[in-house]
Design a protein around this ligand. Structure first.
Ligand SMILES: Nc1ncnc2c1ncn2[C@@H]1O[C@H](COP(=O)(O)OP(=O)(O)OP(=O)(O)O)[C@@H](O)[C@H]1O
Ligand SMILES: [Mg+2]
Length: 299
């Protein structure tokens, strides 16, 4: 051992690994997913590496952008532990330091198609997960009514409606309440506002920001709207055309003003254009790849 390193060893107190140092909320290491096998094998994502650190008492809002078919839903459902995307073909996916082995209550998912049970009322849908968890019935009903109001519905007039009696925006509010009432530490949202008209979408964005602040969870949010990603995100992951990889991982200003106001500001619009150029380049690349593939198949 050299003198210097010996001196350093004496001078530096041995540090115990910081027990309180938090593990990443989600960590992907060299993840790939190939669907099918043999000639039909298709690699949807490859070499995916990223980590989302734990920000205690704050969480993080991670928006995911990328051309259609690049593997965004694959990525999200791998975090959720949902088949057939799960398990990954290779690599490691950890949630709070533990390998994902299945779906779990620490991860709540909101889909694009307003998934609710048709035969249950708004209130029953929202209380559903609490029942599964074994919570007491009356308490669950009271909490479900609170959540009906939290997502902007009316507990008196909407609680006993069935999903078919609701508009798309209302159904998506129910789906959000159903998931968030369980207070998952990770909220996974796959294009949840894709089918909403712009005013409803702004209102839902504002509501989501305030619910997220209250919950202090980490949100992964897939969208095709660059405005929505830049508005909602603290961080943007931009995925390349297939096989999807994380091409850009960038911070963006957090949503600290109402959606409709912030999205009119010059600085916001500049950022959107910068990212639009990036994403449009990727869309063109994806299209060229599809055309080349079609040509190969014709030959
Ligand atoms: N179960 C499956 N079996 C075979 N191929 C699949 C399966 N699921 C997805 N794929 C393929 O993997 C690729 C990525 O799909 P994925 O749904 O993750 O894309 P995406 O980025 O979410 O697209 P979009 O923006 O259109 O929702 C696509 O080419 C798709 O056809
Ligand atoms: Mg998708």
């Amino acid at each position: 051992m050299s003198e210097t390193s010996a001196a350093e060893e004496v001078a530096l107190p041995k540090l115990e690994p910081a027990a309180e140092e938090s593990l990443p909320v989600v960590e992907f290491t060299d993840v790939a997913k190939t669907y099918g096998s043999g000639e039909r094998a298709f690699t949807a994502i490859k070499d995916v590496n990223f980590a989302v650190p734990d920000h205690p008492n704050r969480g993080e809002f991670v928006a995911i952008l990328g051309p259609s078919g690049c593997g965004k839903s694959t990525l999200l459902r791998l975090i959720a532990g949902l088949k057939p995307q799960f398990p990954a073909t290779t690599g490691s996916i950890k949630v709070f330091g533990k390998e994902v082995l299945s779906a779990g209550a620490d991860r709540g998912m909101v889909f694009q198609d307003y998934s609710s049970f048709d035969h249950l009322t708004v209130q029953q849908n929202i209380a559903f997960g609490l029942g599964i968890r074994g919570d007491e019935k009356e308490k669950s009903a009271a909490l479900a009514r609170e959540w009906i109001a939290k997502v902007g519905l009316n507990p008196d007039t909407d609680a006993n409606k069935y999903p078919h009696e609701l508009s798309g925006g209302m159904r998506q509010r129910v789906a959000i309440a159903r998931s968030l009432i369980l207070h998952p530490r990770i909220i996974l949202m796959d294009e949840p506002f894709g089918a909403l008209d712009p005013p409803t979408r702004f209102a839902m964005q504002d509501q989501l920001v305030s619910l997220w602040r209250e919950q202090e969870s980490t949100v992964f949010f897939i969208t095709h709207s660059i405005e929505e990603a830049v508005y909602l995100g603290d961080r943007l992951l931009i995925v390349s055309p297939s096989p999807g990889r994380i091409l850009h991982d960038m911070e963006v200003p957090p949503p600290d003003r109402p959606a409709a106001a912030m999205q009119r500001e010059a600085e916001f619009i500049d950022k959107v254009f910068e990212i639009r150029d990036l994403v449009e380049g990727l869309e063109l690349q994806a299209q060229a790849q599809r055309e080349a593939q079609e040509k190969r198949e014709e030959q």
